[in-house]
Design a protein around this ligand. Sequence first.
Ligand code: CAA
Length: 381
Amino acid sequence: MDFKLNEMQLDIANLAKDFAEKKLAPTVKDRDENEVFDRAIVDEMGKLGLLGIPYEEENGGVGADFLSLAVACEEVAKIDPSIALSFEVHTMLCSWPIWKFGTPEQKKKYLVPLAQGTSLGAFGLTEPNAGTDALNGSTTAVKDGDYYVLNGAKVFNTNGGEAEVTVVFAATDKSKGAKGMSAFIVEKGTPGFTYGKKEVKMGIRASVQRELVFQDVRVPAANMLGKEGEGFKIAMMTLDGGRVGVGAQALGIAEGAYNEAVKYAKERVQFGKPIATKQAIAFMLADMKLKIETARWAVYQAAWKMSQPDVKSYSMDAAIAKKYASDVAMQVTTDAVQVFGGYGFTREYPVERYMRDAKITQIYEGTNQVQQMIISGAILR
Ligand code: CAA
C-alpha cells in the first residue's frame, strides 16, 4: 500500500495549483458576483493539457490517470469551485463515456478535441420530471434510416449552450425500461437543438447551467454511443466517475474555506489575542482538518480504483467519496463562516461563497440520498 502521490500526479497537481492561484484567484470574486462563465479560462486549461488528463496521448490526452485528474480538480476547486465543476463535467461526464464506449471514429472525431481542450463537453440526462428517477425521462429517439430523431428537453445542463459536444440520453423503447434508453453524441449547431432557460443559482455562479431543447433533431446513427438500449448503463457508469470528480471538487472547496479560516483565526485579535489561541476556535479548526483528511482518502481511494484495470466496479467507492466529501464540504464551509463571525457573512471575505458553492455538491450527480441508496444496495445485494 502506497499513500504517496507519484511524480506525475504531483506534477499535475502543481500545474493545476499554479494555474488556479495565478489565473483564477484574481477574478473568482468578480465572476461569482457577475455570474459569468468565462470560456477563455477553460480554453486555457485545455492548452495546458488539463482537460485530457486521464486519456492516452493517441486520444488527445496526456496519458495520466484518474487520481491525477482528482488532484487537479481539487486544486482548481480550492480557488474556484465553478471552474472545477465545468472541468469535471467536461472530463468525467462527457469525455469519459466516449473514451469508454466510443468507436475509434467517435474517439477521433470527438474525444481527441475534447481531451485537447479545443471543444467543450456536456452531459444531458436530467429532465424536469426525471432527476433522481433518471430512467423516467420523456426525451425520445426514433430511428429514421441512418439517423435517430430526438425530441424532448434536458435541464440543469452544466456547460449548456457553450459545449460543442453533449452526450444525450433518450428513450429508444420506453417499454424496455432500463434497456430502452440509448446514448447519443450530439453536436452544437445540429438543426433543432436549441437552448432554453439559464438557471439563476445560490452557488457555483461562475459556471453555466442551461436547458437543452431537442425538436426533431436528426442525429446520425453513427453517433450512438454503445449499442441501442445501453444508454442507462452508460449513464450510471459515467456518473460513478463523475461522483469521484464531485468528491474531489467538494474536498477542494472544504480546503479552500479551511485555509481562509486558519489564516483569519491567526490574524483576528479579540480579548488581546488571536482567536486561534482560543480553544473554542482551535478545536473547530482541528475538526475541520480531521474531516478534510478523512475525506481526502475516500476521494483518492475511489479515484485510484477508477484507474485499476482489475477493478470491475467502483460504484460504492464513488458514492462514499461523493457523499462523505460533500457533507464535509458543507460542514467545513459552515464552520469557516462561523470562525469569521459577522465578517464571514459578508461578501468581503470568500467563505460565504465557499459555503454557497458547497451546497450543490450534496445534490448534483445524484443527491446524497441516492448515494445512500447505492451504498446500502451494495451492502444488501
Ligand atoms: N453501473 C452499471 N450498471 C448499473 C449501475 C452502475 N453504476 N447502476 C445501475 N445499473 C444497472 C443495474 O444493474 C440495472 O441493470 P439490470 O436491469 O440489468 O439489472 C439497471 O441499471 C437499472 O438499475 P436500477 O434498478 O438500480 O435503476 P433505478 O431506476 O432504480 O435507479 C438510481 C437507480 C441509483 C436512483 C439512479 O437512477 C440514479 O443514479 N439516479 C440519480 C441520477 C443522477 O445522478 N443524475 C445527475 C445527472 S448530472 C448532474 O447532476 C448535472 C450536472 O451538470 C452536474
